[in-house]
Design a protein around this ligand. Structure first.
Ligand code: F6R
Length: 606
């Protein structure tokens, strides 16, 4: 959550650089935004501009020149969405500015101590507590000296941040800007921070891709580290005792053939839906070397566990069916936030495979830390190279779906599905067939993305978009597809939608069906067809408006959306229809599918 960007260097348009960085990160949080800069024209003071809402077309001319600035896009945790609660926050003296990602769990006690020492806090945030604590520690350290050199001031600043940060409980990342030493100090023990090294200029960001216009030479900060960043220096220290560490810089290759701009599409979500056939085709052509180690490890492990959250969790659930059907193998699945409570059975023969678009989802990362403690091997399917998950995994497959900007995940889901199919086919010794089946799904998906098909979906949307509730059923592999379809609808259009295993209908859910309730039934050509159709008929008998998504039409359907039969990979075109229904519902209900209310792209807090 929260986008973070900082710049220090020789250029005087630091605010513009920071704003552009923030815009590329705005999908991480968009309640409010803010920038702090050291004004070159106004007595070298720190000036802060912050506002609720999105950055939009903010007028850059209202920023004064500066060669050091930092900014933040917020996803509120402590305190409502107000201008005052937006970051950056300043200390009492105006010497320091802070931006923060995470939750300082003991902020209340710290706040009481600071108030008792007459600090003036003006927001409801835990972040503001942090900057006053830095101020307090700095003043205490400074008071021990009668004279201090510039170098000493920098050292005191580092020590003040370090002393403050180790007083916080919870998982946090902060960047503090100091007017006097003209530098940043960043510290983290949870949320991601990346330092980018330029030529006479340096950058800080919450996501590496935000640095791509400036440098590919990056250092991913580790937990319990603190970094001093000036225009020429990047120095790393241990947070625990302050001793110096050697930062490990890496050259990142940004090269993805999938553009991260919207092009002619109205929304990123639609653009990313349309990216899918090409991504799947590329995966089908390039996967072999990437999956060999995984196949070997799955074969030799005693128990394979899939872990993910939200959409990624549904991909994991789909994986359990895919591995069972294709590879005749049992894999377990648990959502990330629950996995930590189930790790007691893990051993050093276990394999835990995490699925995560961002590679930063804290519920997944925390679960994996516990699995690591048990000696388990960690596998990762993630879209973000260099992410926390990517770095902590023993085996990794980059999804290579290109930056996914819409908060509502689409292409990362089908990329995960593609790899799960290919892994299962490889395990079954049928890799060629796996590739062919995936390509069948590509052709079926292209059909669904045709112009005529959009007309068909839009007509359906006109019939249902004013409804309050919608239900989706599936069985077998269509069950996770039903769950994922319902999630797309909820997130993008705020229509209440629930996905169910069709067999569960008569155990309670059917009580919700009334005359005209839209009910989507996934009916692929597999062993679930008959029983799933029976479920659709049960809903129809209670007045449900049945939307059949199937390889063949049926008289029970009130509306029919066809799919070319591609056997077990039909789940891919099926879910693309679910994504499109979510998208067009959002358009008709006038919601923003790229930035749904209350959500953020990477969920880095618990
Ligand atoms: C749904 C969605 C979320 C994410 C979930 C996990 O459209 O985007 O449910 O899937 O927060 O995120 P990652 O995959 O980044 O771990």
């Amino acid at each position: 959550m929260c986008g973070i960007f900082g710049y220090i260097g020789k250029k005087n348009n630091a605010p513009e650089i920071v704003l552009n960085g923030l815009k590329s990160l705005e999908y991480r949080g968009y309640d409010s935004w803010g920038v702090a800069l050291k004004s070159l024209s106004n007595n070298n003071k720190i000036i802060v501009r912050k506002k609720t809402g999105m950055i939009g077309e903010t007028n850059l001319s209202s920023f004064t020149d500066s060669n050091i600035a930092l900014g933040h896009t917020r996803w509120a945790t402590h305190g409502g969405v107000t201008d005052a609660n937006a970051h950056p926050h300043l200390d009492c003296t105006g010497q320091f500015a802070i931006i923060h990602n995470g939750i300082i769990e003991n902020y209340y006690e710290l706040k009481q101590q600071l108030l008792a020492k007459h600090h003036k806090l003006i927001s409801e945030t835990d972040t503001e507590v942090a900057i006053h604590l830095v101020e307090e520690n700095y003043i205490n350290l400074l008071s021990k000296y009668t004279e201090v050199s510039e170098d000493k001031l920098t050292k005191l600043f580092i020590e003040a941040v370090r002393k403050s940060f180790i007083q916080f409980t919870g998982l946090n990342a902060i960047i503090v800007m100091d007017l006097k030493s003209h530098s940043f100090v960043a510290a983290k023990n949870g949320s991601p921070l990346v330092i980018g090294k330029g030529n006479g200029e340096n950058f800080l960001a919450s996501d590496a891709h935000a640095l791509s216009p400036y440098t590919n030479n990056v250092f991913f900060m580790g937990d319990d580290q603190l970094v001093l960043v000036t225009d020429e220096q990047i120095e790393t220290f241990s947070l625990l005792d302050g001793h110096k560490l050697t930062p490990k810089f890496e050259r990142i290759s940004w090269g993805s053939s999938f553009s991260s701009s919207k092009g002619n599409f109205a929304y990123f979500m639609l653009k990313e839906i349309y990216d899918q056939p090409k991504i799947l085709q590329t995966i089908s052509e390039n996967h072999k070397e990437l999956i060999n180690d995984f196949v070997h490890q799955i074969k030799h492990s005693r128990g394979t566990y899939l872990v993910g959250c939200g959409t990624a969790a549904y991909a994991c659930l789909a994986g359990t069916y895919i591995f069972s059907k294709i590879a005749k193998r049992h894999v377990n699945f648990t959502v990330g936030s629950e996995f930590g409570y189930l790790v007691d059975f893990l051993s050093n023969r276990s394999l835990v495979i995490a699925l995560s678009q961002s590679g930063e989802t804290i519920d997944v990362i925390e679960a994996l830390k516990k699995a690591k403690e048990k000696g388990a091997q960690i596998g990762a399917l993630t879209n973000v190279i260099g992410s926390t998950l990517y770095r902590m995994a023993d085996l990794k497959i980059p999804l290579s779906a290109g930056v996914e900007k819409a908060v509502v995940s689409t292409k990362a889901f089908t990329a995960k599905m593609a790899y799960l199919y290919l892994l299962a086919y490889h395990l079954a010794g049928k890799s060629k067939l796996g590739q062919q089946m995936l390509m069948k799904a590509v052709s079926a998906s292209e059909e669904i993305l045709s112009e005529n098909y959009q007309i068909l979906i839009k007509k359906l949307i006109q019939k249902i978009y004013k409804k309050e509730h919608l239900y989706v059923i599936g069985r077998g592999l269509s069950y996770p597809i039903a769950l994922e379809t319902a999630l797309k609808i909820k997130e993008s259009s705020y229509m209440h939608a629930e996905g169910f295993a069709a067999g569960e209908l008569k155990h309670g859910v059917i009580a919700l069906i009334e005359k005209g309730t839209p009910c989507i039934a996934f009916l692929p050509n597999d062993d679930s067809y008959g029983a799933n159709l029976a479920g659709a008929m049960e809903m129809k008998a209670r007045g449900g408006y049945i939307i059949g998504i199937s390889y063949k039409n049926h008289e029970e359907f009130d509306y029919y959306l066809p799919i070319n039969d591609c056997g077990i990979t039909s789940a891919i075109p099926s879910v693309i229809i679910g994504q499109l229904i979510g998208y067009y519902l959002a358009i008709s209900r006038k919601t923003d599918p790229d930035k749904p209310r209350n959500l953020a792209k990477s969920v880095t807090v618990k």
